[in-house]
Ligand binder design. Structure first.
Ligand code: NAD
Ligand code: LMR
Length: 328
């Protein structure tokens, strides 16, 4: 195999999501069956030993595409020359922590990681933030890397997108493969707006096939609160499904989205759909040539407008909070 390996950095490498993610990357699910990868695992010093354990298991997988593994607790080393950075490690909310405390704790992680990406990453670096609060963590990283094109920083709403597809598929008894044009707008939080207005099943609109009450009372809250439901059921937050969504996100970014469909990605707004410029908000997007493009000119009805505005207002509040903390 003669292709140059792509360097993929994964933070939070000893955590649950990484445990599901790393093996799929090594197997070629993210960058394709002919693309070797070199993994860089970043952890905090106390968890480097556990990350070494994961690396031992990766070795034991004898993956033909895995060109090497480095493990470090130094962000400068982790992001040096990296092509794809998956920022999974984050500070979870602890007892008694307020939202502002969480934003501050994560600012201490994502600010320096953004700066390290700017200082050392490859020119084509692409960043996916998974660690919560993902949108605002991505904003912090992006603002600490002003020389990197802003659109290279994204946050993950693909899990919400996949949840929406799966729920719609079950409701209208149509395989996921026959569905298209579902959208997640806004924040990866309970305010997100999963939107079926433009969704298609076998090329025809689904909006007239589903009840308004199902959309408003079951579909939207069911998708938006799925993360909390998983935590309640598993006693831990979603891990394998989150890893799978991260694989989907990067695969589509690098390899392109299918024709006649789009996906959902949180990226710095260019002002589209009235979302203030710079906020890292989820949009319907296509990808080609390794770049996301927000789907233009969709009609937004009054219900959708209200839902999008509510989630965007939450993002604006989060941005104001991190601004006040001096993190951006
Ligand atoms: P986890 O607690 O199992 O693992 C997190 C790991 O990150 C830990 O090993 C920890 O040591 C490490 N870490 C903490 N600070 C770090 C730093 N500065 N540098 C490198 N590593 C660091 O958590 P998990 O289940 O893997 O989830 C990770 C994050 O993903 C959480 O914030 C979770 O809320 C979030 N998440 C997001 C989505 C999404 O859809 N966007 C979905 C599920 C989970
Ligand atoms: C998810 O959507 O599953 C997670 O972001 C939930 C969480 O709060 O960790």
């Amino acid at each position: 195999m003669s292709r140059t390996p792509v360097t993929v950095t994964v933070t939070g490498a000893a955590g649950q999501i990484a445990y599901a993610l790393l093996f799929r990357i090594a197997a070629g699910d993210m960058l394709g069956p002919d693309q070797p990868v070199r993994l860089r695992l970043l952890e905090i010093p106390q968890a480097v030993g556990a990350a070494e354990g994961t690396a031992m298991e990766l070795d034991d997988g004898a993956f033909p595409l895995l060109a090497g593994i480095d493990i470090t607790d130094d962000a400068a080393v982790a992001f040096d020359g990296t092509n794809i950075a998956l920022l999974v490690g984050a500070r979870p909310r602890g007892p008694g922590m307020e939202r502002g405390d969480l934003l501050e704790a994560n600012g201490g992680i994502f600010g320096p990681q953004g700066a390290a990406i700017q200082a050392g990453a490859a020119d084509d670096v692409r960043v996916l933030v998974v660690g919560n609060p993902a949108n605002t963590n991505a904003l912090i990283a992006q603002r600490n890397a002003p020389d990197v094109p802003a659109g290279r920083f994204t946050a993950m709403t693909r899990l919400d997108h996949n949840r929406a597809l799966s729920r719609l598929s079950a409701h209208i008894e149509t395989p996921v493969s026959d569905l298209a044009r579902v959208t997640i707008w806004g924040n990866h939080s309970a305010t997100q707006y999963p939107d079926l207005t433009h969704a298609l099943a076998n090329g025809t609109p689904v909006i007239n096939r589903v009840d308004r009450s199902w959309i408003e009372q079951e579909f939207i809250p069911g998708v938006a609160r799925r993360g909390a439901a998983i935590i309640e059921a598993r006693g831990a937050s979603s891990a394998a499904s989150a890893a799978s969504a991260a694989i989907d996100h990067v695969r589509d970014w690098v390899q392109g989205t299918p024709p006649n469909d789009w996906t959902s990605v949180a990226l710095p707004s260019d002002g589209s759909y009235g979302v203030p410029e710079g906020l890292v908000s989820s949009f319907p997007v296509t990808s080609s040539g390794g770049e996301w493009r927000i789907v233009p000119d969709l009609e937004i009805d009054a219900f959708s407008r209200e839902r999008i505005d509510a989630s965007v207002a939450e993002l604006a509040e989060e941005r104001a909070a991190v601004e006040q903390l001096g993190l951006i």
